[in-house]
Design a protein around this ligand. Structure first.
Ligand SMILES: [Zn+2]
Length: 133
């Protein structure tokens, strides 16, 4: 059986993965204008500053939209259906992360569902997933 793929950190995303390995959902934030960014960007898309850092968020969120994957063609993702969602975070309007919704039957996932982050260990990495809050 093929293993699920590992993240491939870049200099831009390495702090995200380092925080995740410590069980923290930490997202990029501009120190000049305080706008959050996800996915990480080399320069702030709001003010143009390159003074960007990573700060932890609460880990609470709301399912904004989702899909249920019944047949995956990605290596390692065979078996039971699973739900993938955009999770809206309360820290900023429009701030979202893309993750699995676990610990419930995929067909019970709904838009507006309150969820909280947890981390799945995969090799040397930990990946954020969300479960019903
Ligand atoms: Zn900025």
């Amino acid at each position: 059986m093929t293993a699920k793929p590992q993240p491939q950190p870049t200099p831009l995303t390495e702090p995200y993965w380092a925080a995740a390995s410590q069980g923290k959902l930490s997202l990029q934030r501009c120190t000049a204008c305080a706008v959050w960014h996800h996915f990480p960007v080399p320069r702030c898309t709001s003010c143009g500053s390159d003074a960007l850092t990573f700060e932890p968020v609460s880990g609470h969120g709301t399912v904004e939209t989702f899909t249920i994957v019944h047949r995956s063609f990605a290596p390692g993702f065979t078996g039971a259906p699973y739900a993938m969602a955009w999770i809206a975070l309360p820290e900023q309007a429009g701030l979202r992360v893309f993750a699995n919704v676990t610990d419930c039957l995929p067909e019970t996932v709904t838009i507006g569902m309150k969820v909280t982050v947890w981390f799945e260990q995969r090799g040397d990495f930990a990946l954020p997933n969300f479960r019903p809050a």
